[in-house]
Each structure stands twice: as C-alpha cells, then as structure tokens.
Design a protein around this ligand. Structure first.
Ligand code: ADP
Length: 246
C-alpha cells in the first residue's frame, strides 16, 4: 500500500481485475419479489412495470390458471368454477404450477410473484422453495382503500383479444367500450361482477391478509406502499426505491 500526498491510501489493484466490465447488479437486488395486496390493488400493473426494469419474469398464478382454462387443459377444468365464483383454488394445484414455473430457465435470475402466495399453506411451500434456492425475498404490500378497490374492479373492462385492461373512469379507451389496440368490444371479466368481487375480497381478508404477520414472523423484508391515489408510475417509483434498499 502506498501513501498519497493528501494522506489517503491507495490500494494496488490486483492484475486480474477488468475495469472495463459492467459492474455486477447490486447484491441487495431482490431475487424473489412478492407483490402482495387485495384484488384491484394494482399487482398486475406494477408487475409489468417491474418486469421491464428488472428484466426478471412476472409469475401470476391468476394468469397461469386462466391460461389453463382457455386451453381446456385438465387443471383448467378443475379450477374454472372456483375462479368464476371468486373462491381460491386448491393449494396443491397452485403450488405445483409455481414450482414448475420457478424451475424454468428464465426464473434463474429472479422473479416477481403476483397473486401468490395467498394462503398459509402456499406461503410455507414458497418459503421452503426459496430457502432451497437461497433467495433474497422482498414483500411489497400494496395498501389500497376499500372504496377505491370497489370502484376499480367494478369499472374494469378487458380486451378479449389482447388482454389490455381499461377502467371506465380512470383509464377509459379512446372509443367507449372498444379496445384501442384491437378494435374489439371490451368485456367484463367473469369474476369482476359485483357479487364475485365481494367474494374475492372476503377470501383476501380471511385467508390472504393474515400472511402479513407470517412474513414478519419469518423475518422477510416487508414494505407497505400506499397505492390508493397515485398514478401507477408514481407507485412504481416508490417500489423501485424500496427494493434497492440495502
Ligand atoms: P385478483 O388478484 O384480482 O383476484 P387473480 O387473477 O390473481 O385476480 O386471481 C383470479 C382467481 O384465480 C382467484 O379469484 C382464484 O380463484 C384464482 N387464484 C389465483 N391465484 C391463486 C392462488 N395463489 N391461490 C388460489 N387461487 C388463486
């Protein structure tokens, strides 16, 4: 080590270090990011923004299940009625889907879990899987006022062709009732009918919300993010800051 004139010490760089290489991603970048919150809290929207920035995939159990239903696969036939009624499907079914999905090569660098885990049994299975993979985990809890959720879900419309989501008040299409991208007539998702929304919120309150305590007991990093009033982009910026915290 060599003392410089200003009194600072300079450490000679080892010959093997290549300074032209891009710096590695910060080690505290979460590899398993759990987006947690009630239906209508914006988990899907935030996941899509995070996918772009972090370059890791979104794993949405709701999307995976809907895909199985659409394709008429065995799992789809089993879960369709429950999904239409806003009731949670069996833990074994979603746990298996997630386990298979996490084994795919694109999940090796990390993933964003959207809508999973939703029960204590799912959280336990997930924690087992993450421990086996040695994952750093961060839980982002999107906190949204109950009345805002109801307004969002009852006004929600979806394009049956491309899946783009609209909202009659907060994100209307250019021509009422018509998808901007496909020109198709927008529809109401089966489980966005009012009585089903109530059932989904009940399932959240009784089975999913208690997981906040579970994550805390397990010592997982959990951040509450107010997602009631701000734009999706503003919520996203808050999440970005939190997940990069050491
Ligand atoms: P939302 O979060 O708006 O309720 P999702 O697309 O995440 O919508 O889920 C739609 C439906 O799919 C749920 O009501 C439930 O029937 C089923 N589902 C999705 N994820 C799970 C899960 N982790 N456990 C059990 N059921 C699930």
């Amino acid at each position: 080590m060599q003392k410089e004139s200003q009194g600072a010490y300079r450490v000679a760089a080892p010959a093997s270090v290549d300074y032209n290489q891009a710096p590695p991603p910060p080690t505290h970048l979460p590899l398993a990011l759990i987006l947690f919150g009630p239906p209508g809290s914006g988990k899907g929207t935030q996941s899509k923004l995070l996918v772009k920035t972090l370059g890791i995939p979104q794993i949405s159990t709701g999307d995976m299940l809907r895909d199985h239903v659409r394709r008429g696969l065995a799992v789809g036939t089993k879960v369709e009625a429950k999904m239409k009624a806003g009731i949670l499907v069996k833990d074994e079914v979603v746990n298996r889907l997630v386990e298979e999905r996490l084994a795919a090569p694109d999940a090796a660098r990390g993933f964003i879990l959207d809508g999973y885990p939703r029960t204590r049994a799912q959280a336990e299975t997930l924690c087992g899987m993450l421990a086996a993979k040695g994952r750093d985990t961060v839980v982002i809890h999107l906190v949204v006022d109950y009345n805002v959720i109801i307004a969002r879900l009852t006004g929600r419309r979806v394009c049956p062709v491309c899946g783009t989501l609209y909202n009659e008040t907060s994100k209307p299409p250019k021509v009422p009732g018509v998808c901007d991208l496909e020109g198709a007539a927008l529809i109401v998702r089966d489980d966005d009918r009012e009585e089903v929304i109530r059932q989904r919120l009940e399932a959240y309150e009784s089975q999913t919300r208690p997981l906040i305590d579970y994550f805390r007991e397990k010592g997982k990093r959990l951040y509450d993010v107010d997602a009631s009033q701000e734009t999706p982009e503003a919520v996203f910026r808050k999440i970005e800051v939190l997940i990069r915290k050491p």
